[in-house]
Design a protein around this ligand. Structure first.
Ligand code: SAM
Length: 339
């Protein structure tokens, strides 16, 4: 297993299978128009599989499919089947907005997907519409119900909490997750590329989340863990477990073993990195696997990124990437890098 400059292993690979999305969440894709990746640049499943074969011997053992919305990628269960056949991969998960999940859950399970995370920011239809510009909340509920049946004990819900927007729904969302048999994780609003409406006063901090939940549920116990998972987990008095991902006010760069491959094969070593390694170019020019391995190994051994910590150290913060830069390079977008 290789390590970077800060002794962080290369383990978690997030594969964005498309930059397209069927929602327009206001914290991620709020603009009217987007510049999409050229279709011919998008990796074929065989190409993704070949790149994963490069990553596995270097230490990657967890892969998460994401996007954009991964279920917009036609034939996704075929990719899942190709990946799940790789013995070195111990974990294969997917993050989805849930709209298309009910129709796909069985096929994904049969193909070897192990875990599902569904993004759900509100239980209120009007608010959902305002946040996502979509009326598909009922289908998201159907997707979560299907996930609960098909992946029992392996479903998570992710909620981005925005101050003054949905911070009043923490308790209803905990109750909803409990009833759905899912573990919920509350995510601080991040100033990543694409979050053009981000401002510091819209962040609802981990401390504020804990205070809000404690006011309703009573004492909350932190769960001691040693994993590099992004969420800190907590238990309520009745044993209900939830997580908080505090990338904005308490980043965890020191244990970050995650990297991201875009749908067009550019590999990013940090969500906040200005540039990535173009593995598609290497693949399509016919580089041998050992040459691509050398590229990946060299980049990871030189990795010193601590993007979220550096953003925090700035003190005065505004949206990370200006809209004009996003238009010039869609790779700077969260929906291209995969959240
Ligand atoms: N379409 C899928 C989904 O909705 O989950 C996968 C891609 S989405 C970019 C992955 C995750 O990134 C979602 O949970 C989303 O809420 C999160 N995300 C996007 N923008 C964010 C932001 N500004 N701050 C925090 N989380 C964000």
């Amino acid at each position: 297993m290789i390590q970077d400059v800060l002794a962080r292993p290369l383990r978690n690979l997030r594969l964005s299978v498309t930059d397209r999305c069927n929602l327009r969440c206001e914290y991620c894709m709020p603009e009217e128009e987007y510049v999409w990746l050229p279709r011919e640049d998008v990796l074929h499943f065989e190409e993704i599989s070949r790149l994963v074969d490069v990553f596995l011997p270097l230490g990657v053992d967890k892969v998460r499919l994401t996007g954009g919305e991964p279920l917009l990628r036609r034939g996704l269960p075929s990719l899942v089947a190709m990946l799940s056949a790789k013995a070195a991969l111990t974990d294969l998960a997917m993050t989805t907005n849930g709209i298309l999940l009910a129709g796909e859950a069985e096929a994904l399970r049969a193909a070897g997907l192990r875990r599902i995370t569904v993004s759900l920011d509100t239980l209120q239809p009007d608010r959902f519409k305002a946040l996502t510009r979509s009326s598909e909340l009922p289908r998201v509920h159907e997707g979560i119900a299907a996930a609960g049946r098909t992946f029992p004990g392996a479903v998570k819900l992710d909620t981005v909490v925005i101050n003054g927007v949905n911070d009043d729904e923490l308790v209803p969302l905990v109750e909803y997750a409990k009833a759905a048999g899912a573990e919920i994780r509350f995510i601080e609003y991040m100033d990543v590329g694409g979050a053009t409406r981000w401002s510091a006063d819209r962040v609802f901090s981990r401390a504020a989340m804990l205070a809000r939940l404690a006011a309703h549920y009573g004492p909350i116990e932190p769960i001691a863990e040693t994993s590099a998972a992004p969420a800190d987990r907590f238990a309520l008095r009745d044993g209900t477990v939830f997580g908080i991902i505090s990338s904005t006010t308490a980043p965890f760069c020191r244990s970050c073993d995650r990297s991201r491959l875009t749908a067009d094969g550019v590999w990013y070593l940090c969500l906040y990195a200005a540039s990535g390694v173009d593995l598609r170019a290497a693949l399509r020019r016919g580089a041998a696997p050992h040459e691509i391995t050398a590229l990946v190994e060299h980049a990871w051994r030189g990795r010193a990124d601590r993007g979220a910590e550096q953003r925090l150290a700035l003190g005065e913060r505004r949206a990370f990437v200006p809209i004009n830069s996003l238009r010039q390079d869609p790779h700077l977008e969260m929906h291209t890098r995969g959240g």
